[in-house]
Ligand binder design. Structure first.
Ligand SMILES: CCCCCCCCCCCC/C=C/CC(=O)SCCNC(=O)CCNC(=O)[C@H](O)C(C)(C)COP(=O)(O)OP(=O)(O)OC[C@H]1O[C@@H](n2cnc3c(N)ncnc32)[C@H](O)[C@@H]1OP(=O)(O)O
Length: 322
């Protein structure tokens, strides 16, 4: 686009496609979202540089919704949806949050204007603390089953997601948090945090489908060591073993993911089908054994020894503050 021209008011600055998108977004924006931005742009767009125009355009084209601990922001200029987990204090995955993620991912999947998703966190220092331990400690039987089924369903949807998914890991990411990150197509992590499957430290066992992903990324030997010891990798270690693809300063995480996405100019069908060929064996394996997997989980969690260890672990988290 030429510097200083206006695609919004007259369309002379952009291609027909860009113009059509602009018109559509303008119509949406007129119905309320950013009236002040709209007024600002109308007034100034002919006199500003191309760079600030692009910024202005990005503001125009973003829509943000917030629901059930998730913020969804859609940039219709790039077709990228940023799905930001926003459930203080640590984005732990409880039943309702898992259901909310499952539903939201489904809506994003159906959104024809979305080509890619960035999964990130709105909380400081935490990407996701994994499964909510209080769901597994002294649980109600029915809720425990529903909790596990919701995790399975959400994971199957995320792992088999046909559009490009990238994790912007802006904080610690243990256990279930690592699962979320590993299920994305690309991972950029901030410096000085930790990631990994630490389940044995809680006295529980990482499920087979968590382990399958780990082995696929780390290889058999390293997975054996890391899983048995419940190792959490520092960002720098995670980069070395291939658990993440880039490590950058915190403030650069989102821009790095956005840049990476802009460089993935791959025909969507070919990329999506390739991903499906590589991944379907894993999610289908779980899909076909969901009931057995749930029963194994419930059986393990209800063991007295497991309950004791989970209780102690929860207490140790709470004692940290004292
Ligand atoms: C033989 C084969 C058989 C196969 C059978 C299969 C059976 C399956 C078995 C079961 C598998 C289950 C799989 C589980 C995967 C998981 O995800 S387990 C969860 C693992 N998560 C963790 O270990 C993280 C623990 N948390 C932390 O390390 C830290 O909190 C943090 C680094 C994330 C953040 O630290 P900080 O910022 O300092 O915050 P804190 O003060 O520690 O925490 C604030 C607040 O949050 C509570 N909290 C933290 N994490 C969790 C959590 N995961 N769940 C619930 N609550 C959590 C913490 O207690 C504090 O609470 P208070 O403010 O004190 O009330």
């Amino acid at each position: 686009m030429r510097a200083g021209t206006c695609a919004w008011n007259c369309g002379r600055g952009g291609s027909p496609l860009r113009y059509a998108n602009a018109e559509r977004s303008m119509a949406a924006l007129r119905t309320l979202r950013f009236p002040s931005c709209l007024a600002f742009c109308r007034k100034h767009v002919n006199s500003i540089t191309g760079r600030s125009f692009a910024k202005c355009q990005a503001r125009f084209l973003s829509s943000v919704t917030e629901r059930d601990g998730l913020q969804v922001s859609h940039n219709s200029n790039t077709g990228v949806v940023t799905l930001s987990m926003n459930k203080p204090p640590v984005n732990s995955l409880n039943l309702e949050f898992l259901q909310s993620m499952h539903k939201t991912l489904g809506e994003i999947q159906d959104d024809q204007d979305c080509r890619a998703v960035i999964l990130t966190s709105g909380l400081t220092n935490i990407f996701c603390a994994g499964l909510d331990i209080t769901e597994m400690y002294q649980p109600d039987d029915k809720r425990l089953r529903e909790f596990w089924t919701s995790l399975q369903d959400m994971w199957i949807r995320l792992y088999s997601f046909p559009k490009t998914t990238m994790a912007a890991i802006t904080g610690h990411s243990p256990a279930g948090g690592a699962l979320l990150a590993m299920s994305c197509d690309y991972r950029v992590m901030a410096e000085n945090f930790t990631i990994g499957l630490n389940e044995t430290k809680l006295g529980i066992v990482a499920p087979t489908w968590f382990i399958d992903l780990y082995v696929g990324i780390l290889g058999q030997r390293l997975s054996e060591l890391a899983l048995q010891t419940g190792k959490l990798f520092t960002s720098e270690e995670a980069l070395k073993v291939g658990l993440v693809d880039q490590v950058v300063p915190l403030n650069d995480v989102i821009p790095t993911v956005e840049k990476e996405l802009s460089e993935w100019k791959i025909p969507a069908l070919a990329r999506g089908m390739t991903k499906d060929v590589l991944r379907r064996i894993y999610w289908r394996k779980l899909q076909e054994t969901q009931d057995v997997d749930t029963e194994s989980f419930v059986f393990l969690i209800k063991q007295e020894k497991v309950q004791q260890t989970l209780g102690l672990y929860l207490q140790s988290l709470k004692n940290k503050k004292k």
